[in-house]
Design a protein around this ligand. Structure first.
Ligand SMILES: C[S@@+](CC[C@H](N)C(=O)[O-])C[C@H]1O[C@@H](n2cnc3c(N)ncnc32)[C@H](O)[C@@H]1O
Length: 269
């Protein structure tokens, strides 16, 4: 049997190393990211938001930590439900847009505090609910990150994480690199296996809409460099997968649509 925590940590370490070498990845991308989230949310609710609305219908839940708050849409969502939100975010680029977005809604802004920092290194206090949407992919000591969630959360932990289909490019690459865990990236199946290993039987609901995100690169070389370092893979393998799976366009650009959904994983601490 594989050790899911070790496999997760291995992938997360590569991603974290690549991200810190890049500097603030979000500095030039935060505005576009914010627009992407706004567009997606304007299409209608998803199962994660429906779940959270039901959860916070319990008015005794007063505080939430939004881990990796990004451009602030989730913190605003919580504030509009009448919950006090703490937005934990390490990227200055993301925090700048987050602050703009919050300032545009002064009634909600008074319920939101912004903290610079990373999970689990930054201890921002104890909250009724801890929430993390797509900000766990660099947790390179998963057991410590989950232990911190349990210690610093009173009532419920909620994690929204990518659940790729088997034909997703990154899932295919991860399976190639780690055949013993053929779904292995820092994704839902591995998180669930790791939680089982830690004795946590989480509730899971999947969003019914597919992920809309497309990763774009100007050249095959740029794609190979970016992806190779994130997975600790050799360049030839990544290049061969990009070309053989048809992601290189005739003009040399690369477009890789993420194929999958978001899984909403939650458990009592
Ligand atoms: C894909 S964005 C998700 C933003 C937001 N949660 C959302 O769902 O729209 C990932 C965010 O997580 C942040 N992040 C990455 N690693 C983190 C960590 N260890 N702790 C807190 N935030 C982290 C990044 O700076 C980035 O803003």
């Amino acid at each position: 049997m594989i050790n899911a925590i070790d496999v997760w940590n291995r992938f997360a370490r590569e991603r974290r190393g690549a991200a810190s070498a890049e500097g603030d990845y979000w500095l030039s991308k935060a505005k576009d990211y914010s627009r992407l989230i706004d567009r997606r949310w304007a299409e209608g609710d998803d199962e994660t938001r429906e779940f959270l609305k039901r959860l916070f219908a319990d008015r005794s839940l007063r505080s939430v930590l939004d881990i990796g708050a990004g451009t602030g849409q989730w913190s605003l969502f919580f504030a509009r439900l009448g919950v006090n939100a703490t937005a934990l975010e390490p990227s200055a680029g993301m925090r700048a847009v987050l602050k703009e977005n919050i300032a545009a809604d002064p009634a909600s802004a008074r319920r939101i505090s912004v903290v610079e920092g990373r999970w689990p290194e930054t201890d921002a206090g104890i909250f009724d609910v801890s929430f993390c949407s797509h900000a766990m992919y660099e947790w390179d000591d998963l057991a410590a990150a989950i232990a911190a969630l349990r210690e610093r959360t009173r009532r419920r932990v909620v994690l929204a994480i990518r659940a790729p289909y088997a034909d997703d490019f990154y899932a295919r690459l991860a399976a190639f690199l780690c055949p013993e865990a053929p779904y292995a990236g820092t994704d839902f199946p591995l998180l669930q296996a790791a939680l089982f290993q830690l004795g946590i039987f989480a509730d899971v609901c999947f969003e019914s809409r597919d992920t809309a995100h497309v990763r774009k690169f100007d050249t095959v070389d740029a794609a190979v460099t970016a992806i190779r370092t994130r997975f600790g893979a050799d360049g030839a393998t990544v290049r061969e997968l990009i070309v053989s799976e048809g992601y290189a366009e005739p003009d040399g650009r690369v477009r890789i649509p993420m194929r999958g959904k978001t899984a909403c994983v939650s458990f009592k601490p």
